[in-house]
Ligand binder design. Structure first.
Ligand code: SF4
Length: 530
């Protein structure tokens, strides 16, 4: 039968479900795909867009990438049943996956549903429940995008008291041979060049900073931008200058741009920040990788090839490899090993506190937070230090509930999918998991932020002061945080230095800090600008 004879309403043998973060043409669900008998199913749905108050750019990125994937599949001659959100809710075919899928299964009567393992346990369970209700078989296939399956991670973790990322990372380097010499030793003579990844800029700031490659929206993307602007007008963030890669070809071009223009300095300035410069030398590829527009193995090969050609130094290349082969795989393993209990963890026993209002609109006098928020509202992305040590740290010091922070992170960051956000946001950033992904909380006074960028020079606060008119809220809240959790951290050997410094403070100092911290907290609760 030729493609032209194929009736899209004909009963498909297999209906392949493709979620918004599964845009992988090489996925296992296509292994036995029969274009004459099978079909694909994709749906944009309003519930996924609104159950957290999503950044407009994040919504547009997902929907534009999905629609391009749909079109690429159709160009391959495949039938795709696709549900696009319209400008009005009344245009929708259903409010969530379960409702839309139920209608389509009743209409199409597939013999079987096939799905790549989703990156969100809630979505997996919802689709399993829907299939059970419909009495249709659902086959889940492994996500080959990753280097390590959840079963293999479980085997690695079995019997270990603590899960140490560095041990996992070295095992993956040995297993894959990436950045390994023939004698079994790590390339460059060390496993880790962390110490060489913490340079800061001189007073002049970054010199000859190349702008990341921009991608002009085509008609498909423009339709999405128009729909998101019309339908989600009150959502945070901006669509102005939308320039994200939304196809595989564009994502490959973004990778080439990073490797040729920014990789060589990425390592040196991995932790640095600078006012008005959101990307600096970072790749900004995490979102494209997390929706599977980019294959991580391919990215690593390109980055390692740059090292082998002498185009990039070892601290840059190893830093990138550690992020992708080490950290990214490690946290995915942690997610599947510890879910669903992981999402309930609240190690620091925080109250049910939400993120401050300026985490949505950026209106604050703290220059560091205001600048990171400006970047986030514009790009729906910041690199890891603004994410961890400015925004994440502020939430933790203030006592925001770790799951609330994760929910906010899911809403605001392009690259956040449940498997990557929960361990990073609730775990690493908020220390909510009690030390599974980080043996100590990431906390520091305003002095750290002062050292890593130029924010404090133009700020009305003084990072050295914990109390008084010009006290830096980070510094106040940092000491208050340590004091509140003194007993908890007293036996943590990685916190010894910080705990000793706290213990040197007089009772009067600690009381003044407590009072100032309460004042900051109260102002934030009342919506008074800080
Ligand atoms: Fe941020 Fe404090 Fe520095 Fe101001 S003084 S920029 S609030 S760290």
């Amino acid at each position: 039968m030729s493609r032209n004879d194929f009736n899209p309403e004909k009963r498909p043998h297999h209906l392949i479900l493709i979620l918004g973060d599964q845009l992988d043409h090489q996925a296992a669900v296509f292994d036995d795909f029969d274009p004459d008998a099978d079909a694909l199913w994709m749906a944009e749905n309003a519930n996924e867009a609104t159950h957290v108050w999503c950044h407009k750019r994040r919504l547009a990125f997902f929907f534009a990438a999905m629609r391009h994937f749909r079109d690429e599949q159709r160009e391959r001659g495949r039938i795709v049943h696709y549900h696009a959100l319209g400008r009005r809710p009344s245009d929708d075919r259903g409010k969530d996956f379960a409702e839309i899928l139920t209608k389509d299964v009743h209409r199409l009567h597939p013999d079987k549903l096939i799905l790549t393992r989703p990156g969100d346990l809630r979505v997996l369970q919802m689709l399993q429940d829907t299939a059970a209700d419909l009495d249709v078989q659902l086959e889940i296939r492994e996500d080959r995008h990753f280097f390590v399956t959840s079963d293999a991670f479980s085997d690695w973790a079995d019997g270990k008291k603590d899960l140490v990322m560095e041990h996992f990372y070295r095992a993956q380097r040995r297993r894959t041979g990436l950045l390994m010499r023939e004698d079994g030793k790590p390339e460059g003579g060390a496993w880790n060049f962390d110490e060489d990844n913490r340079k800061t800029f001189s007073k002049e700031g970054p010199i000859d900073l190349p702008s990341p490659r921009r991608f002009r929206p085509d008609e498909v993307t423009r339709t999405v931008l128009d729909m998101v602007e019309a339908r989600f007008a009150d959502h945070p963030g901006s669509l102005d200058g939308f320039d994200l890669p939304v196809t595989h070809d564009e994502a490959l071009a973004a990778l080439r741009d990073f490797v040729s223009k920014r990789l060589s300095r990425f390592g040196d300035y991995e932790d640095a920040m600078w006012c008005g410069e959101t990307t600096l030398y970072h790749s900004r590829l995490s979102a494209a990788m997390n929706v599977k527009l980019l294959d991580p193995k391919f990215c690593l090969d390109k980055v390692v090839a740059a090292y082998e050609k002498g185009d990039a130094p070892i601290n840059s290349v190893e830093g990138f490899v550690r992020q992708v082969l080490g950290w990214r795989e490690f946290i995915r393993g942690v997610y599947w090993l510890h879910m669903p209990d992981y999402a309930e963890r609240n190690n620091l026993q925080c109250d049910d506190r939400e993120v401050p209002s300026f985490f949505w609109n950026g209106k604050t006098d703290m220059v560091c937070v205001a600048d990171c928020m400006a970047g986030l509202l514009q790009h729906a992305w910041t690199h890891h230090i603004p994410r961890l040590m400015v925004l994440g740290q502020f939430a933790m010091l203030l006592g925001v509930h770790p799951y609330r922070f994760h929910t906010w992170h899911m809403a605001m960051y392009l690259d956040a999918v449940d498997w990557v956000s929960l361990p990073n946001a609730l775990g690493m950033s908020q220390h909510g998991d009690g030390g599974i992904v980080g043996t100590k909380p990431y906390c520091a006074s305003g002095n750290y932020i002062d050292r890593m960028g130029n924010y404090c020079r133009n700020c009305c606060y003084n990072p050295k002061h914990a109390t008084g008119e010009d006290a830096c809220p980070f510094t106040t809240l940092y000491w208050d945080f340590l004091a509140r959790h003194h007993q908890r951290f007293a036996d943590n050997t990685r916190m010894t230095f910080q705990v000793r410094n706290l213990e040197r403070k007089s009772e009067d100092d600690l009381q003044a800090i407590r009072k100032q911290a309460d004042h900051i907290s109260e102002c934030i609760n009342k919506g008074i600008r800080v």
